[in-house]
Write a protein that binds this ligand. Structure first.
Ligand code: URA
Length: 187
C-alpha cells in the first residue's frame, strides 16, 4: 500500500471527519506523483455518493478548464481540505482545521511543485484568509511550492463574469504548468 493509499484509508476511518457530515469519504484522486495539485473546498452530494472528487457540475467545469490547458484529470491530483460532505453549507473553521491535517499529509506524500487553490476555503486553509477576487490569477512561493489562486468552479457556474476570469486564470496557469513540470528549486 502506498503512502497516499494509507492516508486515504485514514480518512475513510476518521471519526473526527464523520462527526457532522454524511456520505462516503472523498480523499481525492489523480496521479499520485502529480506536479500539480488542485485543492477545492468540500465534496458535494454527488461526490459523497461516489467517493470521487469533483464529479458534479463544478467538476465538469474543472475538467473542461483542465482540458483547455492540455491537462487531463489523471495528469494532476484533485482533492479538497474537507473530505466529507458537510451539507449545503460552507465548512466550518473547525472542519477546515481538522481537514488540513489530512491535506498536509497528502501534500507531503505527493510533493507537488504547484498547488492550485480553487476558492476562498482552499486559500484560507493553506495560505490565509483573503478575498479570492483580490488574489485570483496571482502566484505565491512558499516552502519551495508555487501557489496559484483562482476561483472555485461553483462560483464560476453562478456568475458568468467569474467564469470568464477563471478562463483567463487558467491561461496563466498554462504557462506556470511548464515551470511546475520542470521546476528545480534552488532555495
Ligand atoms: N467541490 C469541491 O470543492 N470539492 C469536490 O470534491 C466537489 C465539489
Amino acid at each position: 500500500m502506498t503512502k497516499l493509499e494509507k492516508i486515504a484509508r485514514e480518512i475513510r476511518n476518521c471519526k473526527e471527519c464523520k462527526k457532522r457530515t454524511s456520505g462516503r469519504a472523498v480523499p481525492g484522486e489523480g496521479n499520485p506523483k502529480a506536479k500539480i495539485l488542485f485543492v477545492g473546498e468540500a465534496p458535494g452530494k454527488k461526490e459523497a455518493e461516489t467517493g470521487k472528487p469533483f464529479i458534479g457540475r463544478s467538476g465538469k467545469l474543472l475538467t473542461q478548464l483542465l482540458n483547455s490547458i492540455k491537462l487531463g484529470r489523471n495528469d494532476v491530483f484533485i482533492t479538497s481540505p474537507v473530505k466529507y460532505y458537510p451539507g449545503m453549507r460552507t465548512p466550518t473553521d473547525k472542519e477546515i482545521d481538522h481537514g488540513k491535517i489530512h491535506l498536509l499529509k497528502q501534500i507531503g506524500a505527493i510533493r507537488p511543485t504547484l498547488i492550485v487553490l480553487l476558492g476562498g476555503v482552499a486559500h484560507k486553509t493553506l495560505i490565509g484568509k483573503v478575498k479570492i477576487s483580490d488574489v485570483h490569477g496571482k502566484t505565491l512561493k512558499k516552502d519551495k511550492v508555487i501557489y496559484f489562486s483562482t476561483f472555485h468552479p461553483a462560483a464560476a457556474l453562478r456568475f458568468p463574469y467569474i467564469k470568464e476570469l477563471m478562463k483567463k486564470d487558467f491561461k496563466k496557469l498554462e504557462r506556470l504548468k511548464i515551470t511546475a513540470t520542470v521546476a528545480i528549486f534552488k532555495q
